[in-house]
Design a protein around this ligand. Structure first.
Ligand code: 13P
Length: 265
């Protein structure tokens, strides 16, 4: 990773963990990572937890005195009003969140999130000063046919209008190949670096050099303690978006320590 960008490890819990699990998780995190709970300078790697929406308030309260950040897995396409079941970006911001995941492949594939609704969610997030983590990534067939780069560029192109208006440093990009999510088949460090570099060069060409340099790019897809350092050592990868391996505080702490060690070496 580059020295100018703050590295970020983000836990995406998806639809997992209940109230008591979350209390236990935070207690364990406090024991494992005391530097994130000390009244001292911010640790060199940002740590972000994205619980299910209904537990954002609980997580915020449990992590109130810490350096651990919280994020939402979703925000509504709509602002406040008569939209039964929806949760607005304003509500998410009101709960103390800093980040929101947008365009995750599970939302795109299972819940019909279109490029149009992704634009709306990005717009709602930006309006509330939430930093979007925009997810892109190809499926297996696309990867095998050698069109992964073209596919991801198209996903970026679809959001070009809105992302070109985002302040440098206020957007995170996550490259998450669909075939690597929850499968144990993680991308090689070379492939992940190649895609991260491609994303950054797209930003350099279509947004600005400043935005490209300021934007953290994360890799996601079967990241675990045994492989995270491989990604973290790549020049264009600034961290990871982690699903399964983020569900235990000890594993999250292990991954963080592996990155800290990589940073110092
Ligand atoms: P896994 O780490 O479980 O593969 O999930 C990755 C992911 O989708 C994070 O958003």
């Amino acid at each position: 990773m580059a020295a100018s960008r703050r590295p970020l490890l983000a836990a995406n819990w998806k639809q997992n963990l209940l109230w008591q699990d979350i209390e236990n998780y935070c207690e364990e995190l406090r024991a494992e990572l005391p530097e994130y709970f000390a009244d001292s300078a911010e640790p060199p790697i940002d740590l972000l937890v994205c619980p299910p929406l209904c537990y954002l308030g609980l997580l915020g309260a449990l992590l109130e005195d810490s350096h651990v950040l919280s994020g939402s897995q979703l925000v509504s396409t709509m602002g406040g009003g008569a939209y039964t079941g929806e949760v607005s970006a304003q509500m998410v911001a009101d709960l103390g969140c800093d980040y929101v995941i947008v365009g995750h492949s599970e939302r795109r594939g299972l819940f019909g999130d279109s490029e149009e609704s992704i634009t709306q969610r990005l717009s709602q997030a930006i309006e509330q000063d939430l930093v979007p983590i925009l997810c892109i990534g190809e499926d297996l067939e696309t990867r095998r046919s050698g069109r992964a780069g073209e596919y991801c560029r198209q996903q970026l192109e679809a959001q070009r209008g809105i992302i070109s208006g985002i302040e440098p440093g206020e957007l995170v990009l996550a490259y998450e190949p669909i075939w690597a999510i929850g499968t144990g088949e993680n991308a090689s460090r070379e492939d992940a670096q190649e895609m991260a570099a491609l994303v950054r060069s797209w930003f350099r060409e279509h947004v600005s050099a400043e935005a490209a340099e300021a934007m953290p790019v994360l890799y996601g897809g079967s990241v675990k303690p045994a492989n995270i350092a491989d990604y973290f050592s790549q020049p264009d990868i600034d961290g990871a978006l982690i699903g399964g391996a983020s569900l235990e505080a000890a594993s999250m702490a292990q991954m963080l320590r592996a990155c800290m060690a990589g940073k110092e070496s």
